[in-house]
Design a protein around this ligand. Sequence first.
Ligand code: MOS
Length: 694
Amino acid sequence: MSESPQALGAPVVRREGRDKVTGTARYAAEHPEPGCLYGWIVPASVASGRVTAIRTADALALPGVHTVLTHDNAPRLEEPDDPILSVLQDDRVPHRGWPVALVLAESLESARAGAEAVHVEYTTTGHDVVLTAGHPGLYTPEEANGGFPGLRERGDAARAFDAAPVRIDATYTLRGLHNHPMEPHASTARWADGHLTVHDSSQGSTTVRDSLAKALGLDRDRITVVSEHVGGGFGSKGTPRPQAVLASMGARHSGLTVQLALPRRYMAAIVGHRAPTVQRVRLGADRDGVLSSVSHEIATHTSRLKEFVEQAAVPARVMYASPHSRTEHRVAALDVPSPSWMRAPGEASGMYALESAMDELACVLGIDPVELRLRNEPQTEPDSGRPFSSRNLAACLSEGARRFGWYDRDPQPATREEGPWLLGTGVASATYPVLLSKSAASAHAAPDGTFRIEVNATDIGTGARTVLAQIAASVLDVPQERVTIAIGNSDLPTGSVAGGSSGTASWGTAVHKAATVLAARLADHPGQLPAEGITATADTGEEAAQESPYARHAFGAHFAEVAVDSLTGEVRVRRLLGVYAAGRILNPRTARSQFIGGMVMGLGMALTESSTMDPVFGDFTERDLASYHVPVCADVPDIQAHWIDEEDPHLNPMGSKGIGEIGIVGTAAAIGNAVRHATGARLRELPLTPDKLL
Ligand code: MOS
């Protein structure tokens, strides 16, 4: 392989790609040891109440069953920083699926048989699991996820709406959604010489290490968490999950290595979900489509355990100019599993509603939906008044329209037919904030001319190793092949979570700084390096603590073409095209994968994915990939991701914005708007399954 001189911006192939496709890359449940124990949890079979008795004799009598841990005999935990980690500590059942016992056995099969033989008795108190827009438990939280204010008001949105000559008042309903990464959540925990080592399928092993230290009452230097390869997470592995605590408790209790992989059927209740939302959007505009009032009000649910509020009204604070605005979240605590992060929490839900409403306004006015958006471009961020560091939404819309062939369309709905199929096109905007978290890195120069970068980044499928090597190589001005990268281990310099589309910015800034210091010190060493080489370290504490004077967001535009079968109601997406403005694209090969991955997930949100809350059973009904339908390659024959070159000096040393999440934002709206164009039917509830179209 020839060495590339300057690698940043080049389509460098994934460093771990060969390991993954040849099966040598090992995941969290692939560290078995002779004599290790396998865990299987017993999930609560009521939605609310208390455990009154657990009888374990039958389970313990089965061959191979070693131990059954319950709240009676499990090791005591300190209060964890996240209540969902407080497992086997008391008799309370906050939701169906909550772990009430852990069986440890010599094989996976014995553990499962043991779990089935555990008899649990409950008292139940009746449950309340159904979110409605008028739920009496709804209240306005101080903050929504991400620390955003629960409520923001500017001017008098209600009065401006009433006075507007053109008004849209529409309510959009989204069910819950689940992440369902390919690799289920899993941990392998081992105690040796007073040190706990956990292989955990996580988006950030520094965070898992810190949480385990708190829960187990241990110093952090007595715990190592390894997340070497991770088969997707999408947010569900962004916070520590109960299997890491349970495996660690089991290992401590038994003195043996314990492996606990969650069966997919159990994931729905304990790894988080995108909470359902009922979203009312009111837009007031003049006859030219210029907005005078934007109001976006969300109702959503959280669990009894903790307050997590899907911040779906937040993008309306960023997107369009309007002198009057009201954005409010309201949440009700129900007897449901705890919601959490799922790819673009807030933006994915909120932009479905806002971008559908913009399309409704365009239809009412007879203005092209691209043109309507351009007419409402703000000069500064509407909510804060801050200048944008860069905002190239207009360029994304124009470039996307050109590439897609947007203007060939007849705006009249239900006019394009092809046999039984009705064809239509739709557009929606996308936005995602630029985030930065605290990370540290070290950069080492060896006398043989090679370099080693250490940072506890996590590769959840993004190719993090590769882009970090490119960043280091570009600073050191050496071929990226000469740089080795160590990630995925909490003993490495602190790394932030691979979440919030902030990984490359956060780890990369630390790597860039450490490599810059190293390069300066190498310049002082023109001759042979000392035998031990030279090491430099840096962290991003300063950058992460700074409030930018700029509003920093990535933007994008999604275009969709759909065919709707007028006989069966089936919707097929024929084309999806996204154009993004996300700063500098550091590796077009891996970036493209993230963009199109997000778009495919948006397609799933639009057409196939939903988690239905069963009011009687008290839990989500879809709990496997046979019932929770994630799209496959055949679901979208033509998918394209493009970007515009964006120079933004107000971001980070690489000039990059995050790209992991923006692909899902607005995609469902573009598809819904295309379905409206194809059929004339405006649906306001996802997913757009055939029953809704007939
Ligand atoms: Mo993502 S939902 O920030 O892991």
